[in-house]
Ligand binder design. Structure first.
Ligand code: 5GP
Length: 202
């Protein structure tokens, strides 16, 4: 029987360095799949359609919900974000591991639908560093900046809903830690129900 792939949820506030970390994780683990979300947020400079996000109008997003194409969706800082169903389902069924970079409400929904999913929360090395990183990004107006800082604080208080936490001070160390988590999860007895049969014990 085909072993199911891991569904890995990674969350962390803006400024935790989560996106850079996941980009590097992708480079070092080319076999890992990454979900591409749909969003109504306008693209930032350097963001590519279909790579960073599928950029949608509110009507297009509503149509995706109506057609049942999203596993979960949420409103975050006045924009809609959602996880397309097809890639996630295909990966899990075909034994490939897939990573979802989503916020805390999305994680809550995913855990309900896929209780076997693994969740990792990324923290910045310090709160001051988080503020500095968001300000440096420069893509925010002072109003959206304040909103993101408030949201970041609220999100960090959801830490206890997650399985694992990583403090992202050193990117290479953080990558190693994520890989250790993925390896440990794959070795759980509950994920290896056919192992005795596989080794030839009848
Ligand atoms: P950003 O606008 O900075 O790219 O993303 C804002 C937040 O939305 C981040 O915390 C990101 O992880 C989250 N996000 C991205 N895609 C999804 C999604 O499909 N579902 C949910 N629930 N959150 C998402």
């Amino acid at each position: 029987m085909q072993k199911r792939g891991l569904l890995v949820v990674v969350s962390g506030p803006s400024g935790s360095g989560k996106s850079t970390l996941l980009k590097e994780l992708k480079n070092v683990n080319p076999e890992l799949k990454f979900s591409v979300s749909a969003t109504t947020r306008p693209p930032r400079a350097n963001e590519i359609e279909g790579q960073n996000y599928f950029f949608k109008t509110v009507d297009e997003f509503a149509e995706m919900i109506k057609k049942g194409e999203l596993i979960e969706w949420t409103s975050y800082c006045d924009n809609l974000y959602g996880t397309p169903k097809s890639l996630v389902e295909d990966c899990i069924k075909s034994g490939k591991d897939i990573v979802l970079e989503i916020e805390v409400q999305g994680h809550e929904n995913i855990k309900r639908i896929y209780p076997e999913s693994v969740s990792i929360f990324i923290l910045p090395p310090t709160y001051e560093e988080l503020v500095r990183r968001i300000e440096k990004r420069g893509s925010e107006t002072s109003e959206t900046l304040q909103k993101r800082l408030d949201t970041a604080k609220k999100e960090m208080l959801c830490l206890e809903q997650y399985d694992y936490v990583i403090v992202n001070a050193d990117i290479q160390k953080a990558i190693k830690e994520i890989n250790c988590i993925l390896i440990a999860e794959k070795h759980k007895v509950s994920r290896n129900e056919n192992i005795l049969k596989d080794i030839g014990l009848n």
